[in-house]
Design a protein around this ligand. Structure first.
Ligand SMILES: [Zn+2]
Length: 226
C-alpha cells in the first residue's frame, strides 16, 4: 500500500516537472503507462554478460532494450543478431561511447550514422532510439540527434551496476524503487564482476509477481499523450 502511494506521489511530481524541463525532447520515463516498465542494457554486446542476460530474459519471457556501442556491434555481429532475433529492441549508443556534448556536430553525426549503418547491416532495420553515453547532453546535441531521426532516452531508475555492487543490493534497490513507467538502467558490459545477471534472477520473478509488464522503450513511448 505504502509503495503505491510513493509511486503516485513520484508520478505526480514527475508530471509537474515536465513543463520545467530544459529539454522536453529527452525521455526519462513513460507517462500514463499502467504497470509497464522498460529494462535497458547499455554498452554491449559483451562475451561475458550479454548471453547470460538474454537467457534470463528468455526464461521469464521479458522483452528489453539494448543500447549498444557501434564498435562492439561491429566486432560481434552474431550477438547483435541474437539480441534482435529474440525480439528485443536495439538502440544506438554511439560508435565509440563518445560524450555527445563534448564533440563537434560533424563528429556526433558520424558516431550515430556509423553505428546505424552497422546495425542496419546486421538486422536489416535502423534503430530509432538513442541513449547519450554517460547521460551527458546539451540542447544542441539532442536537437541534432532528433534531426537524425532518433528519440533520446535517459532513465528514471539507475542501478549503478557498473560500479559492481553486490547483486542483492541491485535487486533490493529495483524491488523497492520501481514504479509504473520506469526506464531502468543496467549494463551488459565486458566484466566478470558485473552483478546484473544474478540480480535479474531475483528482480524478474519479483516484478512479475507484482504485476509489472515489460516492454521495449519504443513500446513504452507509444503510450505518450501527444
Ligand atoms: Zn554507456
Amino acid at each position: 500500500m505504502a509503495k503505491r502511494v510513493i509511486c503516485l506521489v513520484l508520478g505526480a511530481l514527475f508530471l509537474l516537472a515536465l513543463p520545467l524541463r530544459a529539454n522536453a525532447a529527452v525521455v526519462k520515463k513513460g507517462v500514463g503507462t499502467e504497470k509497464k516498465i522498460a529494462l535497458t542494457f547499455d554498452d554491449g554486446p559483451s562475451r561475458e554478460n550479454t548471453d547470460k542476460i538474454l537467457s534470463i530474459l528468455e526464461k521469464y519471457k521479458v522483452k528489453a532494450t539494448f543500447f549498444v556501442i557501434g564498435e562492439n556491434a561491429e566486432k560481434d555481429p552474431e550477438r547483435i543478431r541474437k539480441i534482435y532475433d529474440a525480439g528485443h529492441e536495439i538502440g544506438n549508443h554511439t560508435y565509440s561511447h563518445a560524450y555527445i556534448s563534448k564533440i563537434a556536430p560533424a563528429a556526433l553525426q558520424e558516431e550515430i550514422l556509423k553505428t546505424e549503418e552497422i546495425l542496419k547491416g546486421i538486422c536489416g532495420k535502423r534503430p530509432v532510439v538513442f541513449r547519450p553515453p554517460g547521460g551527458y547532453y546539451d540542447d544542441a546535441s539532442i536537437a541534432l540527434v532528433e534531426e537524425l531521426g532518433y528519440r533520446s532516452i535517459l532513465w528514471s531508475l539507475d542501478t549503478r551496476d557498473w560500479s559492481m555492487p553486490h547483486s542483492d543490493r541491485v535487486a533490493s534497490q529495483v524491488e523497492s524503487d520501481t514504479c509504473e513507467g520506469d526506464i531502468i538502467l543496467f549494463h551488459d558490459l565486458e566484466d566478470k564482476r558485473l552483478p546484473t545477471p544474478k540480480a535479474l534472477e531475483r528482480i524478474l520473478p519479483y516484478l512479475i509477481r507484482n504485476g509489472y509488464e515489460f516492454v521495449t522503450v519504443s513500446e513504452l513511448l507509444e503510450n505518450e499523450a501527444d
